[in-house]
Ligand binder design. Structure first.
Ligand code: ADP
Ligand code: MG
Length: 496
């Protein structure tokens, strides 16, 4: 066989490997995976401005590496994705250490300790580029030595990863002060909540501690499993129970007492981002919300819907876990199932908004609120008429100063042309064909929300509580406007 060697150019390949699409929090999460796999119990992320030569340092007290292991670990593709992994190994492609680091910085040093033995190696991408060859650096710079030296003195075994020349973290433009501000704010504001979410199971079980600067990451459980108003819908198992899907319904806001609980429920990324599927590979979160590409969109009334999917690393290939461990693509055989589960959980979420009270019956006893449609028996015949005295219509007439005579004419026209026959046929063909339409197709027209808000305000000034007023408006004055309308109204009066 005649062959020809085709060695890739180090300098161009490294540029591509820098652009896999990590952001800083997800790059750090990939590094922490390695620490967890190395059985670390404490992980510290330090960072400093260092007079304009900022650094990020990830330190763990895991098993550390021998020189040989370190040398292997520094090679891109140190382990094949086809190689079988231990069940609790969070790695996959043998790339994370390198690709995650290079996505953020140009120079990275691994400094590792096993008992008295300390080993280190450095990738400097400027050097690789210059010599166009995969050459590691054996010696440390003076400042690296200074940063690293004392870090491992207190522990027997462990690893420190130092990132310098942070070209991808710092903005290209701006003066030193603004760059410094940017650096501190992303480290402080973005990293901690991300890690608190991705590793919440480990944090919760006190298996690991993570510090970002001096701040310790507190676990953020998207399902509020510890809250007694959270509903865990029974889970479904697949592949010998190695995959499980468990829908959760968060407590309705009326069940959340403190401001802290409310913030916890919503999560720092907000209601929309935190809706949908949360996929775990072992105990490590990979997908945080969203509906894959199942053609479902977040909606305010589905905000209580969060679905847990548990996978093991056996399914990496089938579910297409990506290099960054930020994405999976469910196999085609699961798509219908996932969609069915999502839709039914979304419905339950909406129902938590529209059907949670007995207010209607309570109010009925001493108040006669008139229905929008009146059914009139005329001999053997039945007529349905619009009731212009119903409070909803009344409110709209007042709001818009509608001419009653004109309205009567319009109502008459509508009443005489209700498509009774086709409604009956549709419902015979399919049960409830004309009921419970998808909310996005029957959104109330612009301005009605404001009318409702005004009505709630006016009830409040008459002495009713905001909760009861919302109840009155959504159940009796503007009934059947759907959960989304109700959520918006509740949001408007949040905290009152
Ligand atoms: N913090 C660490 N402690 C001990 N070993 C580590 C650490 N980080 C990386 N390694 C070693 O380096 C190897 C390569 O890491 P990485 O490039 O992230 O690939 P993967 O995690 O897919 O194996 C790991 O398999 C592990 O042996
Ligand atoms: Mg890894």
């Amino acid at each position: 066989m005649r062959t020809l060697e085709a060695v890739p150019s180090a300098s161009s390949l490294i540029e591509s490997m820098r652009s896999l699409g990590y952001d800083l929090p997800s790059a750090l999460a990939d590094i922490i995976d390695n620490s967890i796999t190395a059985k670390a119990s404490r992980i510290k992320i330090d960072y400093g401005w260092n007079e304009g030569n900022p650094y990020v340092l990830i330190l763990d007290n895991g098993g550390g590496m021998s020189y040989d292991k370190l040398y292997e670990a520094m090679k891109p593709g140190s382990k094949s994705p086809l190689e079988e992994r231990e069940e609790d190994d969070l790695g996959r492609f043998g790339l994370g250490l390198k690709t995650a680091s290079w996505s953020q910085c140009k120079r990275m040093t691994v400094y590792t300790k096993q008992k008295e033995l300390i080993n280190h190696l450095t990738w400097d991408l400027d050097h690789v580029s210059k010599v166009d060859n995969w050459e590691l650096l054996v010696d440390l710079e003076q400042y690296e030595q200074e940063i690293l030296q004392q870090k491992l003195t207190d522990i027997d075994n462990g690893t420190a990863l130092l990132w310098t020349n942070l070209d991808r973290i710092l903005p290209e433009r701006g003066d030193d002060d603004s760059k410094k501000g940017h650096f501190y704010s992303i480290m402080g504001d973005l990293v901690t909540p991300h890690l608190s979410m991705i590793f919440h199971r480990y944090l919760e079980r006190k298996k690991i501690e993570i510090f970002v600067g001096r701040v310790s990451c507190k676990s953020w459980d998207p399902f509020m499993s510890a809250h007694n108003a959270t509903e865990e819908v029974s889970s479904e198992g697949y592949e010998d129970e190695k995959i499980t899907i468990t829908p959760f319904l968060l407590p309705h806001s009326s069940k959340l007492v403190t401001a802290f609980e409310k913030e916890e429920a919503e999560g720092i990324r907000g209601w929309d981002a935190n809706q949908g599927f949360f996929v775990y590979r072992k105990d490590r979160m990979i997908i945080s919300g969203g509906y894959f590409d199942l053609d479902l969109k977040p909606n305010a009334s589905h905000r209580l819907c969060r679905i847990k999917v548990d996978l093991t690393n056996e399914f990496d290939h089938a579910w297409k876990v990506d290099i960054r461990k930020r994405d999976v693509i469910p196999p085609p055989s699961y798509r219908d199932e996932l969609k069915r589960i999502a839709k039914s959980t979304m419905n339950r979420s909406s129902n938590r908004y529209v059907a949670r009270t007995t207010f209607k019956t309570k109010l009925r006893k001493n108040q006669t609120l008139e229905e929008i449609w009146q059914r009139k028996q005329i001999g053997e015949k039945i007529q349905y008429k619009i009731n212009s005295k119903s409070p909803g219509i009344g409110a709209l007439i007042d709001e818009h100063n509608i001419n009653k005579k004109a309205l009567k004419q319009i109502f008459y026209l509508i009443e005489r042309n209700v498509p009774y026959r086709s409604i009956t046929l549709d419902n015979n063909e399919m049960e409830d064909a004309t009921m419970n339409l998808p909310q996005e197709n029957v959104r109330p027209p612009e301005g009605v929300l404001q009318v409702a808000i005004n009505l709630v305000h006016s009830e409040i000034t008459k002495g009713m509580s905001a909760v009861d007023a919302i109840e009155l408006i959504t159940q009796l004055i503007f009934p059947s406007f759907g959960a989304e309308f109700r959520v918006k109204l509740e949001d408007e009066f949040e905290g009152e």
